[in-house]
Design a protein around this ligand. Structure first.
Ligand code: SF4
Ligand code: SF4
Length: 452
């Protein structure tokens, strides 16, 4: 069987498999109408990494939108090519940033992808998502077992036992080289015990920290740095004790599970606002934050959850956008970071329009060692599990990013998403080991002080 197949063409779906409508910049649209907004002008072609690398029309935003239209109409003759086009989209959103009509090609491609045969039906990802949803402690236990074996130098055993498959992260075994020492205590465990972040006795809070799975399970030092920064620059807050945002389930075709994750987080937020009043929900992985800002899209139609999801989404913020630069002072040791550049994670710049805010803070910290990274808003090729499912394309995209980084002679590359952190450090380690990627929260925590 070919690698790519579409057995069930779009239109014969159930509502559990596809979003009912898409919330576009021009209003609420069916998938077909959203794709039909693409007038094929080609204005976005030069910003689409997969098109620029291959020169293939089918791997551009215009090509992908056209395929989805044909699939809905039942006129797609070459379903293999359609499946390849939809599978290789990075979902980066660069095309939408460049598009006058703001056609949401990433959402459209993902909806098309839900029609691929077997999409969302992988046994292990089903078990993993369900465990994360219904028994997160068991999920954490599996992950710790895999990490422990890795620490003991038995990573292959963890792989052989299927531990990575069971946690739905077969990619993690490949990502391990760029992870450093895997944590055996997760951020949520540490933060739950932190009295300063407890809700008890509080009548208000400026913010609630939301721990995305990356900072929670892979880089707890990022989560802890975020919390220290929030306290230092924004005042008192709490840990929201959240569930996974649902992005993993959403992108792997398990829409109903994604809705369940969203409902859990919305309920938690509503309960806390009852006693604390309104507060910002702040996360530190741009992919998860951007997804939570679109929770309303999960519940379009007459769903009673829709306004509740919209209220939650309106409270969500990215750590990249909330630190006031006027409150930040450079610490003495900031010079040790060397030349500093900022890589715009796709879901920060294209997904949330965040570009200026982190730069304002970083420029204050880096001073004359700040450099602007050419093509800083080009995807690094990480894109969730893309680096492991589309390895050749991902490597080619990463190579372009590394060339741009090398052209600035940067020592530190600041990022805002877990996937970029893994992808860039993996590439830098191999090709440009004098530089390293650091999360924005960690950089600010290390080199910033509060301006009194
Ligand atoms: S997605 Fe937008 S910019 Fe790209 S071809 Fe379609 S209308 Fe033009
Ligand atoms: S989301 Fe990214 S990879 Fe996909 S069509 Fe748009 S620019 Fe290209």
């Amino acid at each position: 069987m070919s690698k790519y197949e579409i057995n069930e063409l779009y239109g014969s779906d159930s509502e559990n498999r596809h979003l009912k409508t898409l919330l576009t910049d021009l209003g609420e649209r069916t998938l077909y109408d959203a794709a039909a907004q693409c007038n094929r002008c080609g204005y976005c072609e030069t910003v689409c990494p997969t098109y620029m690398l291959t020169g293939r029309e089918t791997l551009s935003a215009r090509g992908r939108n056209q395929f989805v239209r044909l699939l809905v109409e039942g006129k797609a003759k070459n379903t293999h090519a359609a499946a390849e086009a939809l599978s290789t989209c990075l979902l980066c959103g660069a095309c939408t940033s460049a598009c006058y009509a703001k056609v949401p090609t990433a959402d459209i491609a993902l909806e098309g992808r839900r029609s691929l045969s077997g999409y969302g039906e992988n046994f292990f990802s089903k078990i993993a998502v369900e465990t994360l949803l219904k028994a997160p402690n068991l999920f954490a236990l599996w992950l710790k077992a895999a990490y422990l074996l890795k620490r003991l130098g038995l990573a292959r055993l963890a792989e052989g036992l299927g531990l990575y498959n069971f946690i739905g992260m077969p990619a993690l075994k490949d990502a391990q080289n760029s992870m450093g020492r895997p944590p055996l205590r997760f951020a949520s465990e540490i933060l739950k015990k932190n009295q300063a972040l407890a809700q008890k006795g509080k009548t208000s809070a400026a913010w609630a920290y939301f721990a995305p799975c990356g900072p929670n399970y892979i880089f707890p030092e990022v989560a802890l740095a975020t919390v220290r920064n929030l306290k230092k620059y924004l005042g008192d807050g709490i840990f929201i004790e959240n569930s996974c945002c649902g992005l993993l389930a959403h992108n792997y075709g398990r829409l109903e599970d994604a809705r369940e994750f969203a409902k859990k987080n919305i309920l938690r937020y509503e309960k806390l606002t009852g006693s604390l009043g309104k507060f910002a929900v702040i996360g530190d992985c741009s992919s998860c934050v951007a997804f939570m800002k679109t929770y309303e899209q999960l519940f379009t139609g007459n769903d009673e959850w829709r306004p509740r999801a919209a209220a939650f989404a309106a409270a969500v913020r990215d750590i990249l956008e909330v630190i006031p630069p006027e409150k930040v002072k450079r610490s003495q040791k900031a010079g040790t970071a060397g030349k500093v550049v900022y890589h715009d994670s796709c879901r920060a710049c294209h997904g949330q329009g965040i570009r200026l805010e982190p730069r304002a803070v970083l420029k204050k910290l880096a001073l004359e060692r700040w450099r602007e990274l050419p093509e800083s808003d080009w995807c690094c090729g990480g894109a969730g599990a893309y680096a492991f499912t589309q390895t050749a394309m991902s490597n080619a995209i990463l190579e372009r990013k590394l060339t741009n980084i090398a052209s600035t002679q940067a020592d530190t590359v600041v990022v805002g998403a877990t996937s970029c952190l893994i992808q860039l450090n993996s590439g830098l380690k191999a090709a440009y080991p004098t530089a390293k990627a650091v999360h924005y929260s960690v950089f600010l925590d290390n080199f910033g002080k509060r301006q009194e």
